[in-house]
Design a protein around this ligand. Structure first.
Ligand code: NAP
Ligand code: F7E
Length: 326
């Protein structure tokens, strides 16, 4: 039985990746941070919590990283842990740098010490392209991050490449564009919208506050994107891959489609809130996943309208439960 350690297993991607690895017959270990509140909601939603061996670990604490590696003895490590919310990175840039940037150096050092034969996946991000230098973006596009989060991810991206080149680690970076699902955190724009649409439809909320509706993102479906992470670690050679849908849509288009799904006119409910605009914005992202298609045989399957529908329907089911409990 292959053994994998997933950091950030309590997050959106961690839950879907754990589900995939279990279906592939892995012994799955996952790390969580101590909290005053149980953080396992997503693993419970997928009904897989009991099949995972959970280990306490914080990317700020070197000892806890070493102990998680020693306890799990993994062949593969997927590093999904991060302070991942761009907006918060403007308010907490030092914490973001420490977790999302330096945290990866801590993990790479621990792998080098414990077992340099471990295959390593790093969750790099399209936010590293920021103020894009060419359209569409691929593995050769120069980076120009526009937030402390993007800068921190760029540091961890280059550390991953450096440990591959300097020490021969089998280290891969997946440059993933935005991917969403019913398990997306509620502060990210797609889930904020799908949740609000469902709650407005069922009379639980009366409006939705949003910032920049003109930004364009390349949105895909998260369960498909975690397959690409796994495929990267199954190749003969390590490498870096752009994972994207290849399409791009304005935030406003997501809003329109989501309200349309429940037969409402978005203009009657959406309120612009200046505080939700970012100090520096990423105006346009659109990826070219040709390399992943060629080398990994990976391609996106879920279209933009399907993604919106999946998310709104899942939130309608949740809102119906909420309405019943009131
Ligand atoms: P997410 O839902 O925000 O999950 C982040 C995970 O990191 C959570 O499990 C969180 O734990 C954990 N974490 C936060 N700080 C930590 C720390 N100091 N030590 C250990 N764990 C910590 O993010 P996601 O959407 O699943 O994304 C997974 C990864 O891919 C992240 O690295 C993200 O930056 C990157 N990424 C995401 C996207 C996307 O569109 N989703 C695109 C490109 C790259 P708690 O549950 O305790 O908070
Ligand atoms: O914002 C605009 C906002 O927070 C998308 C993370 O997973 O993907 C994600 O980062 C866009 C931005 O995602 C609101 O200004 C308008 O232009 O959903 P988001 P993100 O910043 O693209 C990348 C690839 C990652 O790596 C990150 O970890 O939507 N927007 N109004 C809003 N955004 C939010 N959150 N809330 C609003 O009210």
């Amino acid at each position: 039985m292959k053994r994998a350690l997933v950091t950030g297993i309590t997050g959106q991607d961690g839950a879907y990746l754990a589900q995939l690895l279990l279906s592939e017959g892995y012994h799955v270990f996952g790390t969580y941070r101590r909290s005053s509140h149980p953080p396992f909601e997503r693993l419970e939603y997928l009904g897989i919590k009991e099949q995972i061996e959970l280990l306490p670990m914080d990317l700020l604490d070197q000892g806890s990283i070493l102990r998680a590696l020693e306890a799990s003895e993994p062949e593969e490590v997927y590093n999904l842990a991060a302070q991942s919310f761009v907006q918060v990175s403007f308010e907490q840039p030092i914490l973001t740098g420490n977790v999302t940037g330096l945290g990866v150096a801590r993990l790479l050092e621990a792998i080098r010490q414990v077992n340099p034969g471990i295959r390593f996946y790093q969750a790099s991000s399209s936010e590293m392209f920021g103020k894009v230098q060419s359209i569409p973006q691929d593995e050769k596009t120069p980076f120009y991050p526009r937030s402390p989060y993007g800068v921190a991810k760029l540091y961890s991206h280059w550390m991953t490449v450096n440990y591959r080149e300097a020490y021969g680690l089998f280290a891969c970076a997946g440059i993933l564009f935005n991917h969403e699902s019913p398990l997306r955190g509620t502060e990210f724009v797609t889930r904020k919208i799908s949740r609000a649409v469902a709650r407005i439809k069922l009379g639980l909320q009366d409006h939705l506050e949003l910032g920049n509706l003109q930004a364009k993102r390349d949105w895909g479906f998260a369960p498909e994107y975690v397959e690409a992470m796994w495929l990267m670690l199954q190749q003969d050679q390590p490498g870096d891959y752009v994972i994207a849908s290849g399409g791009t849509h304005r935030v406003q288009e997501f809003v329109e489609k989501a309200f349309e799904t429940v037969g409402l006119d978005w203009r009657e409910y959406v309120v612009k809130q200046e505080a939700l605009f970012r100090p520096a914005e990423v105006d346009l992202l659109v990826g070219n996943p040709a390399r992943a298609r060629r080398d990994l045989g990976w391609q996106p399957k879920t279209s933009f309208p399907e993604l919106v529908r999946i998310m709104v329907e899942a939130d309608l089911a949740r809102a119906a439960k909420e309405a019943l409990s009131q």
